[in-house]
Design a protein around this ligand. Sequence first.
Ligand code: FAD
Length: 439
Amino acid sequence: MTQTITVIGGGLAGSEAAWQLAQNNIQVKLYEMRPVNPTGAHLSGDLAELVCSNSLGSNLPDRASGVLKNELRVLNSMLLECAEVTALPAGAALAVDREAFAKLVTEKINSHPNIEVIREEVKEIPNTPVIVASGPLTSDSLSKSIAKLSGEEHLFFFDAIAPIVHAESINMEIAFRASRYDKGEQDEGDYINCPFTKEQYYEFVNALKQAERIELRAFEDAIRSGIKAGQFFEGCLPIEIIAERGEDSLAFGPMRPIGLRDPKTNKRPYAVVQLRQDNLAASLYNMVGFQTNLKFPEQRKVLRMIPGLENAEFERYGQMHRNTFIASPKLLRPTLQHITRDDLFFAGQITGVEGYMGNIATGLLAGINAANFFCIEKNLITLPQETMLGALCHYVTHADLKDFQPMKANFGILPELHLDKKLVSVNVGRCMRKERIKN
Ligand SMILES: Cc1cc2nc3c(=O)[nH]c(=O)nc-3n(C[C@H](O)[C@H](O)[C@H](O)COP(=O)(O)OP(=O)(O)OC[C@H]3O[C@@H](n4cnc5c(N)ncnc54)[C@H](O)[C@@H]3O)c2cc1C
């Protein structure tokens, strides 16, 4: 008998989950509501569209995101493979041409004989085997169905996206190309940097603080959600909120100038806005860490105060969006199964795992586990907490529900190392020495 499973959502997690299931000879019905029902953040009908930054984080093996990528390479992640094929120069990060990436994933999914893609909104969680991977912008009807299953503990916070600039409108007489500490792939540097003097920086911060924002209340009304609201995600704060926290916050945050020298002055600028290539044609650039919720005409005015962007033309302005996730510590097992239903899995941002790579990773695990669910032995996998993916799944299923916030891959969620009587390398300044750790 053929075994069939429904996957709701053809985003990062859903596409990876569908692929893993299909590779394990399970028939997949993959429901994606776009382009018929748009989300407000996605621009196309393609599967696995990246909604904001085109960076999937660090590729370095000693960074948390790099560790997660290496785990996904071992586990044959299809989406990571597509990201590597469509990669763009971005220093030590893995950034992609967002359009080429989504098109490649869509092509692969569409041509898999075990996957049927259905362009329809799912309004209720079905009673048959299913993976819910409907993401942070889950449709209203499905949100309600999930809330029914999850009780009051269905959460959301606000998240913001960064603007995108047309390359030809950037003034390269002022802006310069460089990667921090010259750690880039291209000789001339992977990023375009807009340098500020001290005066220009404070003038910009003042304008930013005074600029008009889209009213959060109007936004709340617009999404007509009855669910607990009002939180920002600390890892993705709008620049105007960072500026409010202190005049220098931006200069120590997304506008930090460390590792950069302006070739015209041969000095480190007081602050910098970095722009990262967004497509293969290099015609679009993403403003790194510049999420904002200012009104669009205000964005045009204030962002044009950035040196080098006096005449900037914007392909997309920054926006703010709802970000939905369930109370996983109460509702999910580390296998990503619901506590009350063995054949109901959740994957992606809706579990409370944050970041593109984490979402792909939970899609992969949910896909493998859902495929295993159909085996007679039902040998579902709980990954060791010493792995980054295992640690993420452990975190979202065991965190304290009181302050449960989405979590990215990071070393803080790994269990403590047992160093007793082991030789470890201790980095003392630039000199490495071996030391025996005593009790
Ligand atoms: C505005 C915004 C900006 C973000 N920016 C970043 C960033 O820069 N970097 C980063 O690492 N992470 C970012 N994230 C967080 C997160 O990594 C991404 O949202 C990621 O795409 C989540 O993956 P996912 O698979 O869980 O959801 P998605 O990729 O959003 O996929 C879910 C899919 O489900 C579909 N869907 C929803 N409801 C239904 C339904 N009822 N029936 C059928 N289909 C449905 C949607 O159309 C969508 O295609 C951002 C999130 C948001 C909301």
